[in-house]
Design a protein around this ligand. Structure first.
Ligand SMILES: [Zn+2]
Length: 96
């Protein structure tokens, strides 16, 4: 480890901002097209996009507040592997 290394959390911030933009675009597209394209999955896809936006927005807010990476339930530090796999994770693997 050298001091010149970028904070790994910044890489996750980039990924979260990217995911936030993708979910937002997807939701806008879905709402613009309406339920006509595929009425059977429309609600679920809108819901999925909304959840993605909420999850990533909350994670980005925790980053700015300095609480990112801390389990909401037990308060312990969430394993880096878990954050890398699920950057918006709010709980550690035990409390999930
Ligand atoms: Zn926990």
């Amino acid at each position: 480890m050298t001091s010149t290394m970028q904070q790994p959390v910044e890489l996750l911030r980039d990924r979260l901002e990217h995911a936030f933009a993708i979910h937002t675009n997807r939701l806008n597209e879905l709402l613009a097209r309406g339920s006509m394209a595929d009425p059977t999955t429309f609600e679920a896809r809108v819901e999925g996009a909304r959840r993605g936006i909420a999850d990533t927005a909350l994670a980005l807010r925790r980053m700015s507040e300095g609480t990112y990476g801390r389990c909401e339930t037990c308060g312990s530090t969430i394993a880096w592997q878990r954050l890398e796999a699920v950057p918006h994770a709010r709980r550690c693997a035990q409390c999930r």
